[in-house]
Each structure stands twice: as C-alpha cells, then as structure tokens.
Design a protein around this ligand. Structure first.
Ligand code: GLV
Length: 344
C-alpha cells in the first residue's frame, strides 16, 4: 500500500506557483478564495494536518491545536506572529516560523510613505480636489508639516525601525528612538539615531512612528495619557499592530486639536475600521499593506514555504527551518527527522 503523505493546510490563496512547491512533499489542502475561517474551522483544518501555511488572519491557540495530534509546524506568512499562541505551540512541540528580513526595506519604505502622506496631507488633498473643491489656487490651502529639519521618534528599533531611521537621515531629520534595549553604538551611528526614554521621545518628536511588536504588555501603549505627552502639532504613524493604540482616544485627540494628524495601516478590529476614524479628515487610512509590494509578498511566501518544508523534515534544510520563532520546539521535529532518515 502506498505510504500516505503528510497533509498540509494552506489557509489563504497565496501565489500558486510558489505554493505548488509543497506538492512535491505533501498532500496539500489549499484554500481557494480569501476566507474568514472561524476558530472552529481552523481547528478542523489543523486536526489531520502535519503542517500549515497561515497568515495573520488565522488566530491559532490551544483550542485550535487541541485535537491536532499530527501537527508539527505552522509557518506564518508575516514577520509579526501575535496571531499565534507561541507558548501553547511550543508546549505541544509545534514549531512556529515567521518571515523576517525579506520585508524590512519594503515595510520601511511604506512607513516613510505613510509618514509623508500624513504630514503633507496628500490623501486629504486628493479627496478635496476630486470633490471639485479646488476653485482657486491659494497660499493657505492644505498647509502641512515639514519632515526635513524635524524630529522623528521611532518606537521599536528592530530591523524595520532601523530602516526608517536610515531613510529619515536622508531627509535631514533628527532621529530619536525608544526600544526595549539600547542598540550597539555602531548601529546607532549607522542609523543616526539617539536612544531616549519613551516619555522624552513623545515630548520631543514632531513625528512618531510605531514599529514595535505587539504583546499584551504594549496593549494601548498610546492612550489618552500618552497622547497628552505628544506635541499638539505632531503626527503619529502606526505600521505595527492596531492593539498598540487606543483608537477611541486617538480619534478624540485628532478631533479636538490635541494631535495634528495620524497615519494608520493597522487597526484594533481590522478589517473593521472605527467610524470615528473614518469620519476624520486628518487621518490617512490604509488596509494593512506595509509589506505589500509584489516582490516582497512573493519573497515572504517563498520563505514561509522553505520554513514549512524544513520544519516538517523535508528538503535540503530538513530539521533546520531558516526563521523559527520557537527554536526550542525544533528538538521534537529533529527527533522525527532523524527517525525518518533512519527509515522508522
Ligand atoms: C505584517 O503585518 C507582518 O507582520 O508581516
């Protein structure tokens, strides 16, 4: 009887030509159209799977893996992985992987684009023009804030934060950053960035960009209290995760002149966007697309597939997925790989 191949679930349509690589190793169950999977549907899809290729849409915790006795690897297509309960996966011996590095520059480009659009009111200006409101050129139309010569505060100075700092340098900005830990001198010099406390950064920055990973500890890091520490003329950009910002407090500050403008790519309840935000003219809203260049989205999927194949003990990197987030869970997979090589 032919040996059955491990089953792999692909949660969303990705790039067919890349996903096709999985078929050389696995019995692939790919989702054909963009789907909002219920928590139970995710549990059902994982129940008989050895691995899964998932996106930030799929929240996977203890309940989703409770009956997934064959599950050994989850490859997340994204650098952020707050959709995964990593401790629960690790406890079950399931390797989780993400896609860092390949999206750094594209995401930093977008963070900068969102900052520029927000400070210079680009989308607001376009809406105004399309509405036919441009009757006469005037000196005082749509006055915005400069980037050059201003102070940028970056909260979260990982790879993407550093990419934004390098861009800001080219724009003649002073760069402050706040991070869990201070970066080595060499990196600070290369980015032209100075480390400071969170409150000091909020008080001094003309523009604040949030690019830190989400965890419960940073839930609503930006709320009414911290917003009050920012300059009323400042802009706030969030390309991290929606839960970092209390959107009700933000909308209130924007509506009442306590903050000049905001640029948001991520939302607490996405894809739903609060009506309070939609009603404001001084907020630029984009649908979580910071890494969405064609080349980068393909590179993310390719890396996630490399991770999945390797984590499931196949291919040239068997047992050594390039970017695990819980390498401690690899011990279990390594055991399986060795056993497989020995023909067990
Ligand atoms: C997108 O938000 C990602 O984490 O890659």
């Amino acid at each position: 009887m032919a040996e059955s191949r491990p089953r792999v679930w692909v949660s969303q349509p990705l790039f067919d030509d890349l996903v096709g690589r999985l078929a050389a190793h696995f019995d692939v169950h790919a989702t054909e159209s963009v789907t909002e999977h219920s928590p139970q549907a995710i549990a059902d899809a994982l129940r008989d799977s050895a691995g899964a290729l998932v996106t930030l849409n799929e929240k996977i915790g203890a309940a989703q893996i409770a009956e997934a006795s064959h599950l050994r690897a989850i490859a997340n297509v994204g650098v952020g992985y707050n959709n995964l309960d990593v401790p629960a996966l690790t406890a079950a011996g399931i390797v989780a992987t993400n896609t860092p590095d390949v999206l750094t520059e594209t995401t930093a480009d977008f963070g900068f684009a969102l900052l520029m659009a927000t400070a210079r009111r680009i989308t607001e200006a376009e809406r105004w023009l399309r509405e036919g409101q441009w009757q006469q050129w005037s000196f005082s139309t749509l006055l915005g804030a400069d980037l050059h010569g201003s102070t940028l505060g970056i909260v979260g100075m990982g790879r993407i934060g550093q990419g934004i700092a390098r861009r800001a340098r080219g724009f003649g900005m002073r760069v402050l950053y706040h991070n869990r830990s201070r970066l080595p001198d060499t990196v600070e010099r290369e980015c032209g960035a100075s480390y400071t406390g969170f409150d000091d950064l909020l008080g001094r920055a003309d523009h604040v960009v949030l690019v830190l990973p989400y965890s419960p500890q940073v839930h609503h890091l930006i709320d009414a209290v911290t917003l009050a520490k920012m300059k009323p003329s400042a802009t706030l950009v969030n390309i991290a995760r929606g839960g970092i910002v209390d959107e009700v407090a933000l909308a209130d500050a924007l509506a009442n002149g306590r903050l000049a403008a905001a640029g948001l790519d991520v939302y607490e309840g996405e894809p739903a966007v609060r009506p309070e935000l939609l009603a404001l003219r001084n907020v630029v809203l984009t649908p979580h697309i910071a890494s969405a260049s064609l080349a980068t989205r393909r590179a993310m999927v390719a890396l996630a597939i490399d991770n999945l194949i390797a984590a499931l003990g196949e291919g040239p990197q068997a047992g050594r997925p390039p970017t695990p987030v819980n390498p401690e869970a690899l011990a279990t997979t390594a055991g399986i790989t060795t056993a497989k090589r020995q023909g067990a």
